[in-house]
Design a protein around this ligand. Structure first.
Ligand code: NDP
Length: 315
């Protein structure tokens, strides 16, 4: 049978390119889990995805209720869940003030980490029941959360500290919207959320891999300087960033090629190792990359897991 893969945020950028690559392979039914149904429909049509190979389902990661509804709808569809790709993200580098999810969490960490954590934590049970030959949970990471890289050292750097803001639920009223309890900084909140994504991938691996056989993986697909992620950035940045990445840092990757990389992590029989953070070298060959000290801190991972379970109502 065809595999069923759920991809969050498949209405643009990396998620859409991955959905297209997998749908075109003919081996997958792609469930595009998107906050804007019509946009997703138009996007799928505009890139020519074969219509028998995808389904669109509503999912707004900025609301735990919406995540619950998505899970209910997915289960009612009767499809087994073989692969889950946590890809959606928001990034507010120029915001002066934080915004909040329906449950009152600062938006970047609320969507990128907590929404996905709740979704993945619940859907693990579904993946356990699937009889597919290679079940995988993939959480998209980023170089920007990795302070052991050049890009990860551009301030403000990711830093989760003692998690005091997270334990207060990322609410201004309970202390701070930032995980480390500091002053709001949109760029840092995004990087912190990506560190959480990479920590959670490893914690899932430690808790579930041996018992379930599921592969847990993260990746840095390269700098896709053209995606909507940079839509909130100032105009000059948006004009200069793609050529900067292309010609100066040479980290630039097209949306299509980045989509093929993520599709490999979903589908390639040679990428089944669990607990790995994949990257690609300049010849586009995949390799197991190292994470920064904080992004591989097992003790911190456990604490983030426990606090996150409390915040999303699982503990
Ligand atoms: P895009 O902004 O193009 O895509 C983000 C997707 O997330 C969109 O489909 C968006 O939906 C969706 N989304 C945002 N908020 C929500 C929500 N509340 N509920 C459901 N979906 C939501 O960015 P990219 O394709 O660049 O980003 C994809 C992933 O790649 C992210 O995890 C990002 O961190 C990662 N990444 C990107 C890099 C880059 O250089 N671009 C580098 C490294 C990692 P909508 O279409 O409705 O806006």
């Amino acid at each position: 049978r065809k595999g069923n893969v759920v991809i969050t945020g498949a209405s643009s950028g990396l998620g859409l390119a991955t959905a297209k690559a997998l749908a075109e392979s003919g081996r997958w039914n792609v469930v595009m889990a998107c906050r804007d149904f019509l946009k997703a429909e138009k996007a799928a049509k505009s890139v020519g995805m074969p219509k028998d190979n995808y389904t669109i389902m509503h999912l707004d990661l900025a609301s735990l209720d919406s995540v619950r509804q998505f899970i209910g709808n997915f289960r009612r569809s009767g499809m087994p869940l073989d692969v889950l790709v946590c890809n959606a993200a928001v990034y507010f580098p120029t915001a002066g003030e934080p915004t909040y999810t329906a449950d009152g969490f600062e938006m970047s960490v609320g969507v990128n980490h907590l929404g996905h954590f709740f979704l993945a934590r619940e859907l693990i049970d579904d993946m356990v029941r699937s009889d597919y030959h290679s079940r995988r949970l993939i959480i998209v990471g980023s170089i920007t959360g990795n302070t052991n890289t050049l890009a990860g050292n551009i301030p403000p750097k990711a830093y989760l500290g003692d998690l005091r803001g997270l334990s207060g639920g990322l609410k201004e009223t309970a202390g701070s919207p930032m995980i480390d309890g500091g002053k709001f900084d949109g760029a840092k909140a995004y990087k912190d959320s990506k560190v959480c994504n990479m920590l959670m991938m490893q914690e899932f691996h430690r808790r579930f891999h041996e018992e379930t056989g599921i592969t847990f993986a993260s990746l840095y697909p390269g700098c896709i300087a053209t995606t909507g992620l940079f839509r909130e950035h100032i105009g000059l940045f948006r004009t200069l960033f793609p050529p900067f990445q292309k010609y100066i840092t040479k980290g630039f990757v097209s949306e299509e090629d980045a989509g093929k990389r993520l599709a490999q992590v979903v589908d390639d029989p040679s990428l089944t190792k669990s607990g790995v953070y994949w990257s690609w070298n300049k010849h586009s060959a995949s390799f197991e990359n190292q994470l920064s000290e904080e992004a591989s801190d097992a003790q911190k991972a456990r604490k983030v897991w426990d606090l996150s379970e409390k915040l999303v109502g699982l503990a």
